[in-house]
Design a protein around this ligand. Sequence first.
Ligand code: PLP
Length: 387
Amino acid sequence: MLDPLVYLDNNATTRLADEALEAMLPFLRDQFGNAGSAHVLGRISEGAVVVAREQVAALLGCAPAELIFTSGGTEGINHAFRGVFEAFPAKRHFVTTAVEHSAVLAMGDWLRRNGAEVTVLGVDGQGRLDLAELEASLRPDTALVSVMAANNETGVLFPLEEVASLVKARGILFHVDGTQALGKVPVDLARLGADLFNFSGHKFHAPKGTGGLFLRRGLRLKPFMIGGGQERGRRGGTENVPGLVGLGAAADLARTHLPGTGAVQALRDRLETFLLSRIPGTLVNGAGAPRVPNTTMASFEGVEGEAVLMRLNEASICVSTGSACTTGQKEASHVLRAMAVPASCVLGSVRFSLSRYTTEADVAKVEACLPAILEDLRTQGAVARRR
Ligand code: PLP
């Protein structure tokens, strides 16, 4: 019999919730109407998109009209940056952090190529922002401050409310990349004070290719995609009705399960305690900062994270060595470099990211396999060094 798969790579993507799949099936079969069509099939699809928008808005704590559906996190980030850049030509300064996802960092490069100035804020050894440094970076010509809610590699949470009050007091727009936070920690956009907030469905058990961008009421940006008048003229293109129905159902589930994230955290903490107590030379990155409940980014001194990943993979355990987008490049994670993690640890980093589907048996399997894998890799390394 095949070993059952242990999936601990939920920050890369999550399994589709069964309930979301069930909700989607009719829209993949008989209810195939275009949400823009006037006939009965069109009306059914249009109604389903209205419901999905309400479900997602309830998870975000915003009005349904403030939500544009997108294909995921990257599109929302592109829309936010390009939209603000075009809408405020007199303001050519942007602020972000060194530990953002590559989608944000790439938008920073795009802004520079187009004549803007971008201030990139550093973090301390625990991945925390220095709010005084952030405040000092703000200028009269600052168009946008963009800060992630939760880091995809370490799970470290940024203090969004404090950032919002500094930024909004100066009349500057505030964008949050909420991709790794939504569904893991409560989000209340009515209270937060962010003007733009993007997220991605596949990080919380919705189908891939779904997501959204919150645009605070009154903020007018040019449409990201020009086409038909979909999304009230803000994003052209026929709606992905089955995907949006799945997104709505997953948002409902996420809201129901939010009070239960303590169970995920208990498993994560158990794993972390095991790693720190049973595997010498282990560091948990960002452990001194507030974090999402599902993520442990461990560094194992003297081994390569990639080698650990491959050996765990042979044992049917799926983990990651950092953000999936940079896997395959044997390069130290930009997040750990920004945190000044010691060089002896930085390449030995392995991310374990859990979900509400993670079981005690999953964690027990890692506990059973990992010490021997690390011992073996360290012995091999020592032998190779002696040669
Ligand atoms: N932002 C963060 C923090 C992420 O973790 C990711 C994906 O890993 C993205 C943005 C991009 O999201 P998507 O894959 O939906 O384009």
